[in-house]
Design a protein around this ligand. Structure first.
Ligand SMILES: [Zn+2]
Length: 375
């Protein structure tokens, strides 16, 4: 009687697979952990399933004013290091710089694994320790995990929610028929196509909060975080792009876009890392540049770092993207130019020039398609 049983088992397995593919990954509370007076948590257990493709972990902590948090270390089930904080950890030199990166973050700490095909997940009991720069106070750190178990397709789709924040002449009611908005979406999809990524379902809404406060974003304030927090809890796999008039900064630099992270809070709304902002004041004149900015910020949200940072002191953890260093800065102004760098034509160069920097590598596509927000 065994053949029918085998058939039944196969049917059940297939049905389960089909079901998982269409579902938003579940959020799992990892618990609340008290730091020592130096701001360091104990080991936070993180179970990784056999079929996990990627894991996003977001952590918040109490009484935050002025704090910056990051990851101290991440250990694999065999207790070897997956990641060690290179700036502060006593084992930094012996463990070495792993193909994994975590930034220093205010308000909400976003962690995505893996961010390189050179450091993938394995099933079992992982652990990590979070460090909050506290100034001698104990803190309560609470973390939530989202695990993507659905297989990664060769072409993945990203659903996008555009939120209009005081854009002249463009709103949710007319966006569908607006050439600039539609041009933006088409160009963004064309750029992402290089990485096996496409724009899926698109929705439009008008910002329901204080438009006067958020139409011009002060990037040196908490305004980006406060705007991201308006992303609804049930955002699912949709990524949210706020189109505002302008993004300003105290040093006078022109900022065309900013993203939470990297990475953004995948499938988790309502946090200080739940969205991205694109300045759309030039949308009618140059939709392709705004699309390039949106594609760049979207890629940050989905887990990509700059191939080279402005001063060349950091690079992404990918082996197939060219990298530039400070010694390439010929005129020594602390700002690497695209012409000085082999990665000046990559979409994720720190300042990608218009039209000529739309390329993405295989490894970048591998990371993008694997995000829990991709389907
Ligand atoms: Zn960037």
């Amino acid at each position: 009687m065994s053949p029918p049983r085998i058939l039944l088992a196969l049917t059940a397995a297939l049905a389960l697979g089909a079901c998982k593919k269409d579902e938003v990954p579940e959020q799992e509370e990892l618990g609340t952990f008290t730091t020592d007076t130096g701001g360091l948590t104990e080991d936070i257990p993180v179970d990784v399933s056999p079929d996990a493709q990627s894991v996003f972990i977001g952590c918040e902590w109490n009484d935050q004013s002025g704090d910056v948090a990051t990851v101290w270390e991440i250990k694999k089930p065999d207790s070897s290091y997956f990641y060690v904080n290179q700036e502060w950890h006593p084992d930094a030199a012996s463990a070495g710089n792993k193909p994994m990166r975590v930034g220093n973050h205010e308000e909400y700490l976003p962690i995505l694994m893996p961010v390189s095909p050179q450091a993938t997940l394995s099933q079992g009991a992982w652990s990590m320790r979070v460090w909050v720069a506290t100034g001698g106070k104990k803190r309560e750190v609470s973390c939530t995990k989202v695990e993507r178990t659905a297989e990664v397709p060769s072409t993945a789709l990203i659903d996008v929610a555009f939120v209009f924040v005081g854009i002249d002449g463009i709103n949710a009611g007319n966006a569908e028929g607006n050439d600039a908005v539609q041009g933006l979406i088409t160009s963004m999809g064309n750029i992402w196509a290089d990485a096996g990524l496409g724009v899926g379902d698109v929705s439009y809404s008008d910002f329901g909060g204080d438009v006067n406060r958020f139409a011009v974003i002060d990037n040196d304030s908490t305004e980006p975080y406060d705007l991201y927090k308006t992303v609804p809890d049930d955002v699912g796999r949709t990524i949210t792009i706020f189109l505002v008039q302008e993004i300003t900064s105290g040093d006078g630099a022109i900022i065309e876009g900013v993203a939470a992270g990297p990475p953004g809070a995948a499938t988790i709304g309502g946090t200080a890392k739940s969205g991205m902002i694109v300045a759309a004041d030039s949308l009618a004149d140059d939709a392709s540049r705004v699309a390039q900015v949106a594609a760049h910020e979207g890629a940050h949200f989905l887990g990509l770092f700059h191939t080279t940072e402005k001063d060349g002191r950091a690079n992404d953890p990918l082996s197939d993207t060219p990298a530039c260093s400070g010694s390439d800065d010929a005129n020594g102004d602390g700002r690497l130019a695209p012409s000085e760098c082999g990665d000046g034509s990559n979409l994720m160069f720190w300042a990608p020039p218009a039209d000529s920097a739309n390329s993405l590598s295989d490894d970048q596509g591998w990371v993008l398609r694997r995000n829990p927000a991709a389907r």
